[in-house]
Design a protein around this ligand. Structure first.
Ligand code: MTE
Ligand code: MO
Length: 221
């Protein structure tokens, strides 16, 4: 049912251990697998490394942009919605094997927020933090400036639900979905890459679909 493709990760024992404890906790939250049959499931699995995550909306959501920047900023949801929006349609690909074809994401290009903040010359990477209090992610500065990397406010042409990381998540289209940190609350420019939650547990930091984590999924879109 989980379709793990254990063989594909057998060469990476550390990764496999991470996946096992990870899937163990996911299974605890969904012992019957029923959520996958719900109409809005659409092939997605719900993943959270935190056991509960607060709800935030237009009233209390904030996104901080700080670190090695000239102009630190804090955005409200309305502030993010007022910026130019970009829509991207690609396949979502999780490193454990499941894929959701042709999934629209829409939001603000990360490059635009970095440009507005003014990255200082020492800035080389970006660290992402989340209001679940646990998850984190990272990108190099060139990766973060790609035009297919968004702070997404919408998915499948609807506002991002809480389960999918709403009101705002990172969306890194060319990489495995673990890079797309849900419940995004902080964007910090750093002097070097600080590996994120799953990367400290064995996943590749450079998570290009089809070219990392020992997988060979066909990138599409
Ligand atoms: N904050 C947070 N972001 C996260 C995760 C998580 O556990 N916490 N899991 C990652 C992984 S491994 C995947 S596959 C996707 C799952 O997104 P979904 O729950 O919207 O399907 O979110 C990624 N972002
Ligand atoms: Mo994942």
């Amino acid at each position: 049912m989980l379709g793990l493709g254990a063989a594909s990760v057998a060469a990476a024992p550390q990764l496999q251990r991470g996946l096992e404890s990870f899937l163990g906790s996911a299974a605890d939250r969904d012992p019957t697998g029923l959520t996958q049959l719900l109409p809005n499931g659409g092939g997605f699995r719900y993943y959270s490394v935190a056991s509960s995550v607060p709800h935030r909306d237009g009233a209390d959501y904030r996104l901080a942009v700080d670190g090695l920047v000239e102009r630190p900023a804090t955005y409200t949801l309305a502030g993010l919605r007022a910026l130019p929006q970009t829509r991207i349609v690609r396949d979502v690909q999780c490193v454990t094997g499941w894929r959701v074809p042709d999934t629209p994401f829409e939001g603000v290009r990360l490059s635009l927020l970095l440009e507005a903040a003014g990255v200082r010359p020492e800035g080389r990477a970006v660290r992402f933090t989340c209001f679940d209090g646990t998850y984190s992610e990272s990108l190099t500065l060139p990766q973060a400036r790609r035009d297919d990397v968004l702070v997404a406010l919408r998915m499948q042409d609807k506002p991002l639900s809480h389960a999918h990381g709403g009101p705002a998540r990172l969306y890194v289209a060319p990489m495995y979905f673990y890079k797309s940190a849900k419940w995004l609350s902080g964007i910090t420019v750093t002097s070097r890459v600080r590996p994120g939650y799953w990367e400290e547990r064995g996943y590749d930091v450079d998570a290009w679909v089809g070219r990392s984590n020992g997988r060979s999924d066909t990138p599409t879109g």
